[in-house]
Design a protein around this ligand. Sequence first.
Ligand code: 5AD
Ligand code: SF4
Length: 486
Amino acid sequence: MYILAFLCVLWYYLLGCDFMQTPSLIEAKKRTKNKVNIRTYLKDDKYAHIGLGKKYYIKTYGCQMNVHDSENIKALLEEMSFLETDVFEDADLILLNTCAIRENAHNKVFGFLGRVKHLKSSKPVICGICGCMAQEESVVSEIKDKYKWVDIVFGTHNIDKLPEILSDSLENSMQNISVLSIEGDIVEDMPVKRDSKYKAWVNIMYGCDKFCTYCIVPYTRGKQRSRKLEDIVKEVESLVKDGYLEVTLLGQNVNAYGKDLDDDYTMSDLLESVAKTGIKRVRFVTSHPWDFDDKMIDIIAKYDNIMPYIHLPLQSGSNRILKLMGRRYTKEEYLNLFNKLKNKIPNCSITTDIIVGFPTETDSDFNETLDVVNKCQYDSAFTFIFSPRIGTPAAKMEDDITLEEKEHRLYKLNELVNEYANMNNQKYLGKVVPVLIEGTSDKEGMLMGYTDTMKLVNVRADKKYIGKIVDVRITGVKTWSLDGEI
Ligand code: 5AD
Ligand code: SF4
């Protein structure tokens, strides 16, 4: 009897191991010297009918990188014959593509899982979790312990393996956890189902090696790996052929593009090559001030199709806090770069990210941040309360500021940010600006699109203008959007 029980446990353990590849933050921190392998995605026909007659629903949290990953995931699922539904209750497969950047992103995902569990009690549904949260050790342990009914978990490094992971899970009705700690290859020619017919996300690099002390991204997304310039240009050329008007080049720190390659090209070379494809609009996110060089500023200024819009995260205006954050620049260096950008790129709009309540931040540190906001008068800013992320250095620092104080600082900062956002928008009143009309607006009878400077405009116009860049006269101004007519 005991032997039988032992064999059963052993069997369960061995079988479990077959389907368990869990993440480790210590492993994830390692930057291997191994050359990054580039391979081409090949569709495997043996998975082509797995999803026949089934529907999938995907919910995406977080940044543009995740949005673009979801576009790849959708295409992989459709290669397996799944059909997309936006009605949650109709789905046979529900995937949550998650974000780990702050605690509230976690809470939202676990909240949503409650809805999935409820649906699962009324019909068979496969539930999967992927994205950055899946790369976190603590999250995966929680899923193994408390959410045993979640069927599949896969990370950011093995999205292309989704067909195998899903097929394993269907054959063996066990929880399948398949998360690599160390990043895998760069996979070219992944299938993609783009959300828009006019603007496209294009990855230029993966991962980040900056290790800002508060940030989980270098652990969840792995070491910096740049795609080859020729692969990126090829992708943009084929988008141009397909009628796309705009590309946004994506990376956690785009200014460091190419620094991990043996080839001698940098972000400015890449920007120039992409601009020369003739695509109407080129954007890029996100820029790290430390890697932003003069050559890149000159290239942005030189090409009309590189948009005069830069997202330039500040994080803090205090030199002491910037040092604790590991940001590698001072307030003065940031302001110097900001002024250069404003002087050299006519009409350039600049937005930023700011964290308040970083451990030990004093009133005087916070006032330094307000001082930079007053000097830069940003077009807009994303503002956050510091959120300790397990495994990052800042999470171990003494967090000595009360929540009340953090909320007060956030409120004060937001008031100032809104004031400048509104002030910058007022400058547009009566002007004629180019807008790429993307589709219908939430506002009844109106269309929506963005200016070259990334201002959202609601336009009263005929639907025939969707998918075109048109001149729009700005007739009304709000803090976060403009109104206009053709
Ligand atoms: N707490 C709060 N904000 C954070 N960000 C990144 N990590 C954290 C954290 N632990 C913010 C930064 C970054 C943006 C994408 O999210 O401002 O630029
Ligand atoms: Fe995170 Fe950006 Fe710093 Fe990289 S550069 S560690 S992604 S905040």
